[in-house]
Design a protein around this ligand. Structure first.
Ligand code: CTP
Length: 414
């Protein structure tokens, strides 16, 4: 989706840089448009570097530029291409011009020419804000369907205290997500996701691992981010691109994964454990490459730490989702895992089904709930499966956790 950010001439113009970053974290394509006055405060180069697009500053390519048809109709092209327009900061002057349908520069012309929803985040001196001209303009704009993100109160650059400060960037972003109809129902949550395989070294060059690609976990991280969550992705070795805007921690062994997970556990509110953690590791790790003449016929293995079980013991109110990849007795095993580890949800998949499990772009999952209820979803893209899992997470977040309440009722401590 494409969003144009209009920057007008106010002290708060620099804060639009942060807005560019927040929108890009949700993979929105951002085009910045600056008024002439805005360029007195911040240079277009700053926004060009951040957004990755040339900043639009003038109609007709600017003073001295050779007028051409492309620049003469650029405002129409941008007006049609965008899904939303936000002006932050919107000065009293810009509000007045828009309220009266004036179009004397690129930004105000764009406002007239676009049918996309427009969000206005005013920022100005308190007297200018309280002036009845400004207030009447705002009333007109509200009635016309413009979305106004009210300024905050506080110390203003002019030395006065009161309303007029640009709203918080998160609040402006929320208004944009809202007009774009992007889900934001995980805002305020911190989602900890484990993904990929682990590698358990045997000697200097060999390891034990499995065929997990990390795709399911990465899809969960992306889908959580898209719904407004802060995301920490703890990933074993995976050859896929991590989604932008998530905190990525790369780990190798189960032990390293456990350490990273425990480190982030207290700060998390939702834990999704999609990693295919090795259950065993070689009892001894040789620092040199083992020579074939010296190798034993059997390999001694010791169990790795069960991270999910340990998280279940340590958690304080976090919603906990486990995964069960099985090749036989899917439902029986999934239900046993849910019970044994006190989980809020188990996502089970049958590795023998075509289009499910390791390496596949799609998955066929069955959601298993406390109490034994199960729901099999049809074959779908892993990102769609992730979205469905999060729908359940959001629904359960609104209810008291069944796993938690039963353990409390039993008087167990976590
Ligand atoms: N898991 C974990 N730590 C481990 C092993 C598994 O956190 N050492 C997590 C996985 O991320 C997944 C779930 O536990 O969410 C899988 O449950 P588990 O019972 O360990 O499944 P398997 O490893 O397949 O074990 P089993 O052989 O008992 O089926």
């Amino acid at each position: 989706m494409r969003v144009a950010i209009g920057v007008a001439g106010g002290i708060a113009a620099y804060k639009a840089a942060e807005l560019v970053r927040v929108l890009q974290e949700r993979e929105l394509d951002v085009q910045v448009v600056m008024t002439r006055a805005a360029r007195e405060f911040v240079t277009p180069l700053t926004f060009a570097a951040l957004s990755g697009h040339k900043v639009i500053t003038e109609m007709f390519g600017g003073p001295g530029a050779e007028p051409n048809l492309e620049s003469a109709i650029e405002h129409i092209a941008v007006a049609q291409a965008i899904d939303a327009l936000v002006i932050a900061p919107a000065t009293a002057n810009v509000l007045a011009k828009i309220a009266h349908g004036e179009a004397d520069d690129f930004l105000t012309t764009l406002c007239l020419a676009t049918k996309a929803p427009i969000v206005l985040a005013p920022a100005m001196n308190i007297n200018m804000w309280e002036n009845s001209a400004t207030q009447e303009n705002l009333k007109t704009l509200r009635e016309r369907g413009f979305r106004i993100v009210e300024p905050g109160e506080g110390h203003l650059a002019c030395g006065m205290t009161g309303p007029g400060r640009l709203a918080e960037v998160e609040d402006i972003a929320r208004a944009i997500f809202d007009v774009l109809e992007l889900k934001n129902d995980l805002a305020g949550e911190t989602v900890l996701v484990t993904a990929g395989p682990t590698e358990e070294p045997l000697d200097a060059v060999r390891f034990l691992s499995n065929r997990s690609s990390g795709r399911m976990g990465y899809a969960l991280a992306k889908a959580s981010r898209d719904r407004g969550a802060r995301v920490i992705l703890v990933s074993g070795p995976a050859a896929i691109e991590p989604p932008a805007g998530v905190t990525l921690e790369r780990v190798g062994t189960a032990e390293e994964m456990a350490r990273a997970v425990f480190h982030h556990l207290d700060a998390s509110t939702i834990v999704l454990m999609a990693a295919a953690v090795a259950d065993f590791r070689p009892a001894e790790v040789r620092s040199q490459k083992i020579k074939k003449q010296t190798v034993a016929r059997s390999l001694e293995l010791v169990p790795t730490i069960d991270i999910l079980a340990e998280v279940s013991r340590r958690r304080r109110g976090q919603l906990l989702v486990g995964f069960a990849a099985e090749t036989e007795n899917l439902m029986e095993n999934a239900r046993a895992k849910l019970e044994a580890k006190g989980l809020d949800l188990v996502v089970a998949n049958d590795l023998t089904e075509a289009g499910a499990g390791f390496g596949s772009e799609t998955n066929i999952v069955t959601l298993v709930f406390p109490g034994g209820r199960a729901e099999k979803l049809e074959k779908m893209d892993k990102l769609d499966a992730a979205r469905r899992i999060l729908d359940e997470v959001v629904r359960m977040k609104k209810l008291p956790s069944p796993a938690m309440s039963t353990s409390w009722a039993r008087g167990e401590s976590r």
